[in-house]
Design a protein around this ligand. Sequence first.
Ligand SMILES: [Zn+2]
Length: 305
Amino acid sequence: MDLRQGNWRSAVVTLDGVLHEQQSVRHRSRRPESVLANLHAAVETTRNQYGDRLRAVTLAVAGTVRDDHLMQAPTLGWGQVDLTAVTAGTGLPLLAGNDATLSGVAEARTGAAAGAGTALHLIVEVGVGGTLILDGIPASGATGAGGEYGHMPFGDRSRSCPCGASGCWDLEIDGRALAQHLREPEPDDPYAYAESVLQRLNEKRVARAVSRVTAALASGIAGLVNAHDPDVVTLGGLAVPLRAAAPVTFTDAYTAGLMTFHRASPPPVLDATHQEDGALRGAAALGLDHITTDTALAAWSETHP
Ligand SMILES: [Zn+2]
């Protein structure tokens, strides 16, 4: 399942990794109790249909996830939420993860970073999320909350970020940054605002604003390349059209931000393959990992002789 700002999506995944019965449902109410009750109902329906062939539920969330708790999700307007309500009473394990992290998993398994030992995935929506993937597994920290790259102090220290820190990179590279450069009011929906700005590139001042944001994105990526030394960097969300709108600015800022020794053969920065489907496919991949461990397979064969 993939819980997003405006809707949630789900699919039933078979062992071959194919997604079946995909559905997308818009939130009628975005209150946590209401959304989680809808997800729970979908799990019940699927369990009634598949019985004990349904082995695990994985949930991608547009927020910071620690174990099976959402810690904060500014785009949903949620604070701490216990996600275990999604599978409560079903006996099914719930595996929750951040959507950007899971879309990175999808890239490393079957997308633009397939085969890379070390891959960095970044996705710009409202702010930037991402993950470092080592041999197909996200390096997501002690409690799963790692990869909050948008809250590194690559920005203006005098500006405070809704996350509680100041000078965050997030504030320099999304719709909020574009609005600031264009001296327009801070948008309610920074993602939709950025998409609309990207349609106005024929206006000189818009092209200049997009260029500034693209440069801030590229120089931050260079800093992360210096830190992590990845084989490849993959980009999702608004990062793709931002780079496409100002490719020379992107390359110049990326190169300028790299340590000299990286410049001869810098890691390629590729557009992600899965884009919209990334989080759902990454959630599917981790669910399949979970049910195919030696222990899980032994437990299955004991009950299914
Ligand atoms: Zn922040």
